[in-house]
Design a protein around this ligand. Structure first.
Ligand SMILES: [Zn+2]
Length: 505
């Protein structure tokens, strides 16, 4: 007996493709939403804004990392699944072995992702997920990984990606240790900043810029951007977010935060900084408030630094109830986060309702990563606060976190949200607009208000289907953000026409 969903799908296929079927994108969406395969194909083609939350090494698929690592002569240890530098002395083997040995390839892809993962006592989804980063660390050049990620983004019709990465991480760490040997952290950020600056931390900024040059050049080479057949990824605007690991010494966390702020101040390709690593780590828990105070200080010194913070990527049982009470609020109020990564435990916070109102009022956006939250925290469906944030008027974006580890893509997350939370077409458009509105890319927004989606006066009178007026064109010329927004609105208008052709026969 076929299920009712199957009957619905068969019925859809049997519908005439002519005038009886409404032909714009909204009705196509309504028509296809009950069939997962049809919905997938439709949402894949739907124009999207950007992905604001993805970690470069975890976003690249293991297969791409293996290929790039093999080409770069990197090795790996089969027993541990860890990448290793050449020469490949036993037990290390050349990564090229994993290209043609199917069993090795399977084992490596499984070790580097959630594919085939089954939780057992002592190894949860959380543990396996986070353990992958140390295994594939250093396995492939950044530019190869970025090419994998942004080409996939472009094929899903995204125009913008913020990639989280750690530039000059070991150098900044060593620098912090050296300064700390003479002057340990004593809760005096001004004194520690002075020590770091007089020791010359700013010199590392130029080195990070060279790293970005190299990564972006390699990314463009891999994508063939200078050839007559550039891959789709060449059209994606890329910005970087400098990661600060929260599981280090106070000296290292402060130095890395200062470095991130200095880097984003002098390097337009770095749009801001983000705190990363497991929030339930004992150091991350013990030092949480101190870390937020560090950011409070740095925000006072360099208020233009964009800050997004992983906060509330926790749930009851993983940590004590007391650890669920304040992370998101402190990230907003002390850490000056303009965006919160995850925010899953929000309803466990002290005065959760007041916090929601505060976030809605301050327009603090939440980067929601549904599959990541299900795999790491086991939080999904009605247990996830996604619909609560939306009802509270808190801006929400859908992002991927680590699509390579999760074995998903951004379209999957859109589909997951549609089917789990019964989203309508207008809500989907709003979520996509949010991804550009709350992006850290520079420039004024095309929108006066991110609730009503009214255009700024310079462009208000013109349809996105037409060329912008001279006044609107002058406005767009000055703003990277508004140009992306204009392009997305145009994509959307064109998609309304394209939706007519998205039919089975
Ligand atoms: Zn993340």
């Amino acid at each position: 007996m076929p299920s009712s969903r199957l009957i619905a799908a068969i019925f859809l296929l049997a519908l005439p493709s002519g005038a009886a079927v409404a032909q714009d994108a909204a009705s196509r969406f309504a028509q296809y939403r009950s069939s997962p395969p049809l919905l997938r194909a439709f949402l894949y083609r739907m124009p999207k804004g950007g992905d604001l939350h993805n970690h470069l090494t975890g976003a690249a698929y293991a297969e791409a990392t293996i290929r790039a690592g093999a080409a770069a002569g990197v090795c790996f240890v089969p027993e541990t699944g860890k990448a290793a530098r050449p020469p490949c002395n036993p037990p290390a083997r050349p990564m090229t072995d994993a290209l043609h040995d199917a069993a090795l390839n399977r084992a490596l892809v499984d070790a580097w992702s959630m594919r085939n993962f089954v939780p057992v006592s002592g190894l949860s989804g959380h543990d396996h997920f986070f353990s992958t980063f140390a295994k594939f660390s250093g396995a492939a050049p950044m530019g190869d990984l970025a090419a994998d990620v942004i080409d996939r983004a472009a094929r899903q019709r995204m125009r913008y990606v913020e990639l989280m990465a750690t530039f000059q991480g070991p150098a900044v760490g060593a620098f912090a240790d050296k300064v700390a040997a003479a002057q340990p952290w004593a809760n005096d950020p001004a004194a520690f900043e002075a020590a770091l600056r007089s020791a010359g931390i700013e010199a590392l900024v130029a080195r990070a810029s060279l790293d970005i040059d190299a990564a972006e050049q390699r990314m463009r080479d891999v994508l063939g951007c200078a050839t007559p057949q550039p891959k789709p990824g060449c059209a994606v605007t890329v910005r970087w977010l400098q990661q600060v690991s929260r599981v280090m010494s106070p000296e290292r966390v402060f130095a890395s935060s200062l470095f991130g702020a200095l880097l984003s101040q002098s390097e337009p390709r770095v749009a801001g900084l983000d705190f990363v690593a497991p929030e339930d780590d004992p150091i991350a828990l013990a030092d949480y408030t101190m870390h937020m105070r560090m950011l409070d200080y740095l925000h006072g010194q360099m208020p233009k630094t964009n800050i997004s913070l992983h906060a509330g990527e926790l749930t009851l049982g993983l940590v004590r109830p007391e650890d669920l009470l304040f992370h998101i609020r402190q990230a907003v109020e002390l850490g000056h986060a303009q965006r919160i990564g995850h925010g899953v435990d929000v309803m466990y916070e002290d005065d959760a309702f007041g916090l929601l109102r505060e976030m809605a009022e301050k327009r603090v956006a939440v980067e929601v990563n549904l599959t990541s939250n299900a795999q790491i925290l086991g939080v999904q469906g009605t247990a996830h606060p996604f619909p609560i944030y939306r009802s509270a008027g808190v801006p929400v974006v859908l992002s991927t976190d680590d699509e390579g580890i999760e074995r998903i893509d951004r379209t999957h997350e859109l589909q997951r949200a549609v089917t789990t939370y019964n989203l309508d077409w207008q809500s989907l458009i709003g979520l996509e607009r949010n991804t550009l509105e709350y992006a850290f890319v520079a420039g004024d927004s095309l929108w006066v208000d991110s609730r009503t989606w009214q255009k700024v006066a310079a462009c208000a009178a013109i349809s996105v289907k037409r060329d912008p007026s001279p006044r609107c064109a002058a406005f767009l010329l000055k703003s990277d953000k508004a140009r992306l927004q204009w392009a997305f609105e145009r994509d959307l208008a064109n998609f309304d026409r394209e939706a007519r052709s998205l039919r089975v026969r």
